[in-house]
Design a protein around this ligand. Structure first.
Ligand SMILES: C[S@@+](CC[C@H](N)C(=O)[O-])C[C@H]1O[C@@H](n2cnc3c(N)ncnc32)[C@H](O)[C@@H]1O
Length: 217
């Protein structure tokens, strides 16, 4: 038996094999900033999964992200030639200092012009949108995940996918006495079981990813 961290490292290596030269440089900068800031970016195996799913979602994709940091997760939407499938990516980040890191990165032009970086509360931004989304990633404050989903249930296109990160919350969901953020995720697991608007799949990838598909009406 191999320890999980060795298998995890193997999956990370697989994920980055297909990057082109510019993507490898950008990836190294993203990893560098994550280390410098001790920032909890989306793990590579979750990112690689989302990247792999992009072609199945069609063309001219309109993507919303709740909790974007400096763009690490957004890298996965575009990498490995997925850029042409994407129309717009709405990034939302409430921390003011991270925008400077986002701007410092050497994004390819055809990616950058599709990324709308909103510094501020992602839920407020989402509520102001009248457009519909093909895909969303929920990766902001854990206690706001459910509220984000409630808003998104009106704003996802039929068959649109929502990815929710940190659904294992490093295993804390199994502890006896839990913090508020952890309780919010436990409640969310329960709440998802009752949802009529979405078909739900939980994947034990990285820190746990739930995938929701908006039902056609
Ligand atoms: C786990 S990090 C995710 C980062 C990003 N998805 C990535 O992979 O690099 C969570 C981020 O969500 C941000 N956040 C938390 N609540 C938010 C909110 N209400 N609106 C916008 N951003 C929020 C935090 O400031 C933090 O930078």
């Amino acid at each position: 038996m191999y320890p999980f961290h060795q298998l995890h490292q193997f999956s990370l290596n697989r994920a980055i094999l297909n990057f082109n030269t510019d993507e490898k440089v950008l990836w190294a900068d993203l990893v560098h900033f994550s280390r410098e800031l001790n920032f909890p970016s989306l793990q590579a195996d979750a990112g690689a999964f989302i990247n792999w799913m992009i072609p199945f979602l069609g063309k001219k994709l309109n993507i919303f992200e709740f909790g974007s940091g400096f763009g690490h997760s957004a890298f996965w939407y575009f990498a490995c030639n997925k850029s042409s499938s994407i129309d717009q990516v709405h990034l939302t980040e409430r921390r003011e200092d991270l925008r400077a890191y986002f701007e410092k990165l050497n994004w390819p032009d055809q990616w950058k012009r599709k990324m709308l970086y909103h510094q501020g509360d992602g839920l407020v931004y989402l509520q102001q949108q009248s457009q519909k989304f093909d895909m969303a990633l929920i990766d902001g404050q854990k206690s706001s995940y459910q509220q984000c989903l409630q808003i998104l249930s009106e704003q996802m296109k039929p068959a649109g996918l929502v990815f929710i990160d940190n659904m294992f919350w490093k295993g804390q969901i199994l502890e006896q006495s839990v913090a508020r953020s952890t309780q919010a995720l436990i409640d969310l697991h329960e709440w998802l079981l009752t949802q009529q608007d979405f078909e739900v799949l939980f994947l034990p990838v990285a820190d746990g990813v739930s995938v929701l598909r908006k039902k056609a009406i």
